[in-house]
Design a protein around this ligand. Sequence first.
Ligand code: 26V
Length: 825
Amino acid sequence: MKKQPSKSSKAAADVQETKAILNSMEAHLTYSISKYSALATTHDWYEIAARTARDRMAERWMETMQTYYRDDPKRVYYLSLEFLVGRTFSNAALNLELHGEFKQALHELGQNIEAVSEMEFDAGLGNGGLGRLAACFLDSMATLELPCYGYGIRYEYGMFHQKIEDGQQVEHPDNWLRYGNPWEFPRPEVLYPVKFHGRVVQFTSEDGTLRHHWVDTEEIMAMAYDTPVPGFGGKTVNNMRLWAAKSSRDFDLRYFNQGDYIQAVADKNASENLSKVLYPNDSTEMGKELRLKQQYFFVSASLQDILYRYKKHHATWDELPNKVAIQLNDTHPAISIAELMRLLVDIHGLGWDHAWNLTTRTFSYTNHTLMPEALETWKVSLFEAILPRHLEIIYAINFQFLRQVMHTFPGDNELLRRMSLIDENGDRRIRMAHLAIVGSHTVNGVAQLHTELMKSTIFSDFNRLWPGKILNMTNGITPRRWLNQANPALAELISANIGTGWIRNLDELQKLRALAKDAAFRKAFGAVKRANKERLAAMIEETLHIRVNPDSLFDIQIKRIHEYKRQLLNVLHVITLYNRIRQGTHPNTAPRTVIIGGKAAPGYVMAKRIIRLINNVAEIVNNDPLIGDRLKLLFIPNYNVSNAERIVPAADLSEQISTAGTEASGTGNMKLSLNGALTIGTLDGANIEIMEEVGEENFFLFGLTADEVARLRASGYNPWDYYHGNTELRQVLDMIASGYFSPDEPDRFQSIVDALLCHGDHYLLLADYASYVACQERVDALYCRPEEWLQKSILNVAGMGKFSSDRTIRQYAEQIWHVGPVPVC
Ligand code: 26V
């Protein structure tokens, strides 16, 4: 094992820098907080440290913006309803390569950097994978020096705070701005009006063309809040611009002069509700008016801002696609396509065909799910009431599009019905995915399998019409947050052995392959994992008052709770182990700690029931004297980005067990493997590519393939066959149904068993059960051979180079956006 001093070595703080940081912090104590240090709370110290870090980004941020303004490169706008950023302080300090200095300066002030960092509220402005991906992308775009902007909504309340009461999820509001947010810069002067409702009047202009006016509208103002996004090394600092709704009443004195002052102020609050809360749903479309208004609100403000910036440099619109690339993060911002058409045609007077040409060369769209129930549609009637002009524009786009389909595939009315932007079955609905595809030049999936399935199933007609339009961009994660920040001890060990190049170029982790054979390295690697497990055990003891054994196998499933992700299959395995231990049929293998974390959408009854089942099973298992330390089951409440940073580094086993063909990519799978967990997984999403990279021998594969799933479903799947054919499975299901885990209410979980046995087991848990349990036996056996386990664990880390979001973003930049780095000088 080589030892080599590393630049990022957190121990070696630069004395000069430390002094400067110390001075800034003392100045902020006086001038920002105005307290004597004896009175300053830990939260005050956080505020002081954050402002000091922010000051260090400000100059580069301004220089970055100035460079973009001066050079006018093609810019990328990432439009997303969600940015799941988490905490910023440690990330900023690390990306500025000043973490050691902050730690030392805080130490000299009598503060501990970890305790100070913990004061920060997560910016939980997202549900799960899609929102976190957007945050990883911002980090990579800045690190790669790309001229990119994130646009979204500044929700006053982010993802709800999950508490577990009586085993059940209870949602509490996430008032994350309660103590202010030192990272954001309000821009009260960056303000755009956004219209809703009203009606459309047609008129003929002087040159004889038919024009449209959208009149009698209600207006809400969008105000910008900017947050700096530092790349690693801190040279480029990009901007994330989030919009907050402000009442237009504030800007229009007439309302206050008309007499009903109280009503005027009350109305003002109503319009400001628009950016109040994030919709905590990521599975089923709910078609709510407020959600549609949120989408249009942020789309309209963002497009006005983008066009304003374009206009500063250009007299005509012809260069728009050469200067502006807009990425639609799922269909949530897809109304952009109709809005850009409206702005170009109605406001700026371009002809329809010209505007359509510019629009379709500007947009590209990422799909994140194949689940039919998550594909967005809007009732035509609702849409018409809120955005009447956009509905007309969508009809016009559809008319032209269907004419093209008809021309290419004459006489196929069924095809027209399937491809139309309007679903005419039942209540008429607008298919936002179809609008996004038709209005974009490129569409992408987020993992190879997902992209292939998009092409062969949900979007097969579009793939036939426009072969080559659908590309794959396999997801990635930022190694800055998910290794350098979350797992400082492992980052340190890796840097000491292969240098720090991996932070920018994750492929360098390959160099660890040789070290997997090095006993001394393995020992050091094992010690890091062990320390991370102790840290997590301490957190668990503090929050759940349960003591777990850090020597046990930490078996971890952290993600949103959803039937397709099959947390229930995990529970079936836990109960199987429980029975085996009690019956004395479990070989005397490694003790296990099964940890599950995740939020259920508040209205998703089955997901909430599964959480309750996990907690009820945990109650029985954890308190059974026959089980002792051999098995523990824990549900970690309020899984979020900062909890993930604690949990991920401590994992031995990563559960990626979705029904093949359902998980578009997964990114938690990447985070866990990057931190040395071995994966037990199906051939689904990015698991397939992870297995290719780390080697089949270092991956626990089980279950049906996506093809087999499709065939089994088509041939008439009968869950009862598996129930009758497997004694252990039958015992497990009977226990759940009989109330073994809910003695106070024996039929509490009947509906869960019914979903499996009587309602078709849509996600084929029973079909995969035997294969899963057998695979878990292989996991157990390997865990009892620690040297081999460690070797495979190291090989997992070594194989993760591909899954850096830097690679993903480079592919988007080259193949979709056609932009290159713009170094800031
Ligand atoms: C859908 C909906 C539906 C209606 C209401 C609000 C709402 C909000 C978000 C979503 C998106 C669900 C799609 C999603 O999060 N997909 C995940 O994307 C990850 C990043 O590409 C990917 O790794 C996960 O596999 C995929 O489930």
